[in-house]
Ligand binder design. Structure first.
Ligand SMILES: Nc1nc2c(ncn2[C@@H]2O[C@H](COP(=O)(O)OP(=O)(O)OP(=O)(O)O)[C@@H](O)[C@H]2O)c(=O)[nH]1
Ligand SMILES: [Mg+2]
Length: 527
């Protein structure tokens, strides 16, 4: 028997198991079920070891399965007959001193015969006579299919009249590639001349090749005359003595199941997100996380703080009324919880949803179902976490944090001096007014460069205050824009990280499953 190349059965089974784990919910249900079935069957069969090789005779009713079974056993074990179908339940002949009961219990084959006189090479053989696959009795076919599924080696018995039957080739086609564990017996050759046998056998080989069985062993036999039975026993002995049929069939089935799953994956590679798509995603996330609103609040907040520190002292207090722009968003010192965005509305939400969808689509453009859907679901599944992370990113970048610049203090103090001058001037004028009112003697007039001091203090203070306020306004405006820009940059960097961690990585992770599945399935299916 030709040895299957490639990885051994445990390696293949492990690979298929890994593929099943990864493929659940991703690959086709029917194909996955087949793979699970194969793995489970392999586990169950291997528990019983490979000391025994279970070979079953399968075929159409009247093809001579039971007759051949008896001929191979060297005794009349199974009933043969002219009334069809004869065999309704599987019979087993055990060519072994090792107990085959657990194995046959697992296969639910009740009828068992112990063969004591057999050639050495057949030691370990469990030969099963199956019901036919084409009789009027459905239960025969079901029983035949049930047992044939569990055995290690199938010997298809046919005869010169029936070897081209569609029913037979329906089964054989399913065994394409299983040449190692399939044999065909062309029975009843006693009815043919040697030339006719040759030509029937050659014809059968062509049909088998069409079924995908190019290297399958064909035995020309006659169960009645015993012709070719010895050669069939030789061939069987060769297989049985290697103890490899069980593993070989399981390996072939593992490969089949893996190949079917592998075909679903195609060859296309996941796409990469272009710069435009990544940018669109970051923009949408930035909008949704309120970066424009927060940036504006930083600008307004800084200006307000600057003005209340260094603005005109007489109107500074007015600014203290009304909530601080940052505090209004639940940002800035001493605030926790969610940033409250007046514009966190359905428009930005829809923007995020569509940006996520576009990102998933861009990454799966070349891929067939189910990957586009899986990618979309994967990024959408993170939606709640994504929003929390965005909120955190904005908060952690501390948009409302800035050091109070020195110039606030300097200008604040200058403003106070100018304002003090105004107040002093006004008080002075009030005193002078009182003196005049009560007709008291005029106090000496104080002048500075020809100007009387009190009005000079008032107007000078006002003028200086005005000039200072204009300068402060300009500085505050420049500073606020700078602070807003740097806050925006920090927030954007945070959002980019979130986009990477919550969208790009999950997306790449989901799509990396394709590569892993391919690797596992290629191992399980390799020749
Ligand atoms: N001439 C000839 N007749 C055979 C040969 N083998 C079987 N027969 C006859 O074919 C008929 C059917 O044989 P069975 O062995 O009962 O066939 P089976 O495949 O077991 O049939 P089912 O149990 O109904 O599926 C019997 O009458 C056998 O005598 C053979 O090699 N040559
Ligand atoms: Mg029979």
């Amino acid at each position: 028997m030709a040895r299957r190349r490639g990885p051994d059965l445990p390696t293949r089974l492990d690979a298929l198991r890994s593929a099943i784990d990864l493929g659940t919910g991703r690959l086709g249900t029917a194909e996955m079920e087949t793979a699970i079935h194969v793995v489970n069957k392999a586990d169950a069969r291997l528990i019983h070891g490979t000391e025994h090789t279970v070979a079953a005779l399968a075929g159409a009713t009247g093809s001579g399965k039971s007759s051949l079974f008896n001929a191979l056993c060297g005794s009349q074990v199974s009933d043969t007959g002219v009334r069809r179908p004869t065999t309704g339940e599987a019979h087993a002949s055990i060519f072994s001193e090792i107990d085959a009961a657990p194995l046959l219990d697992w296969m639910e084959v009740k009828h068992r015969h112990l063969i004591t006189d057999y050639r050495e090479s057949l030691s370990g053989l469990v030969l099963i006579d199956l019901p036919d696959h084409d009789s009027v009795r459905l239960e025969n076919r079901l029983e035949m299919e049930r047992v044939a599924e569990l055995v290690d080696l199938l010997i298809w018995v046919t005869d010169p009249e029936k070897y081209a039957d569609a029913a037979l080739h329906y089964y054989l086609r399913k065994l394409a590639g299983h040449d190692d564990t399939t044999m065909v017996a062309l029975n009843k050759i006693d009815r043919l001349s040697p030339e006719q046998t040759e030509s029937a056998s050659a014809d059968l080989r062509r049909l088998l090749a069409d079924d995908g069985l190019t290297a399958v062993a064909i035995a020309n036999v006659s169960a009645t005359t015993g012709q070719g039975v010895d050669q069939l026993l030789d061939a069987l002995g060769e297989t049985v003595s290697t103890r490899k049929a069980a593993v070989s069939r399981l390996a072939a089935e593992t490969a089949d199941a893996a190949r079917v799953l592998r075909a679903q994956l195609g060859e296309a590679e996941p796409g990469r997100l272009g710069r435009k798509e990544s940018q669109r995603l970051v923009d949408a996330l930035a909008d949704a996380s309120g970066i424009p609103v927060v940036t504006a609040a930083v600008e307004a907040g800084y200006r307000r703080d600057a003005m209340s520190a260094a603005g005109w002292p007489f109107t500074r207090w007015v600014r203290r009324f009304g909530p601080h722009p940052l505090r209004r968003l639940h940002l800035g010192e001493g605030t926790t919880g969610r940033i409250s965005l007046p514009e966190s509305n359905s428009i930005t939400d829809a923007g995020v949803t569509s940006a996520l969808r576009d990102a998933a689509e861009a990454a799966t453009r070349e891929l067939d179902a189910p990957w586009p859907d899986l990618a979309r679901q994967r990024v959408a599944a993170n939606d709640a976490a994504l929003r929390d992370e965005l909120d955190q990113a904005v908060r952690q970048s501390d948009p409302g944090k800035w050091r109070r610049p020195i110039w606030w203090k300097v200008f604040g103090t200058l403003q106070l001096v100018a304002a003090a001058a105004v107040v002093a001037g006004l008080l002075w004028l009030a005193v002078l007014f009182g003196i005049a009112w009560f007709r008291l003697p005029d106090p000496p007039t104080l002048e500075f460069r020809g100007f009387e001091l009190p009005p000079l203090l008032v107007f000078g203070g006002l003028l200086v205050g005005l000039v200072l306020t204009v300068i402060v306004r300009i500085l505050a405006s420049i500073g606020s824009r700078r602070r807003a820009q740097s806050a925006r940059k920090r927030m954007l960097a945070g959002v980019e990280t979130v986009a990477e961690e919550q969208v790009m990585e999950p997306l790449a992770d989901e799509l990396s499953v394709i590569g892993s599945l391919r690797e596992h399935l290629d191992v399980a299916a390799s020749h």
